[in-house]
Design a protein around this ligand. Structure first.
Ligand code: HEC
Length: 102
């Protein structure tokens, strides 16, 4: 809730400046979305505590793509809804699933 209005223009600006034109760019864009939109609350590496104690380490959640999409679109208690929209929802879901696959 506090960060979303400030971050959205940044995310849109990144989408407009050529992200998603190639494999590397797609990966960079996913990482960018993670850092800008999720990392202030969640960690995603085994054994690391999240910056927001209410937000789980996503490695421990081990979510499906659909779980990530629903969390990002609908929000969770303590997590604002609509953090990302459009293709970015799928991009962050792919990123989270890839990083949390054992
Ligand atoms: C303001 C802090 C905050 C931000 C920013 C945030 N989250 Fe969350 N998130 C939470 C909290 C709190 C929960 C509920 C407790 C939990 O399951 O971790 C949660 C839950 C989740 C869950 C678990 C949903 C379930 O089904 O249990 C996923 C997946 C998730 N977040 C992914 C993300 C992704 C991806 C982003 C970036 C787009 C993000 N979160 C950004 C705080 C945040």
């Amino acid at each position: 809730m506090r960060a979303a209005p400030l971050l959205l223009p940044l995310v849109l600006a990144a989408s407009a400046t050529g992200c998603g034109t190639g494999g590397d760019n797609a990966a960079q864009h996913q990482r960018y979305l993670w850092v800008q939109t999720c990392a202030e609350c969640h960690t995603i590496a085994q054994g690391t505590p999240s910056p927001d104690v209410a937000a789980k380490n996503l490695w421990d959640v081990h979510p499906t793509r659909e779980q990530v999409r629903r969390a990002v679109i609908d929000g969770r208690p303590g997590m604002p809804k609509g953090l990302l929209g459009g293709d970015d929802v799928d991009a962050i879901a792919a990123f989270v699933v890839a990083r949390t696959t054992r």
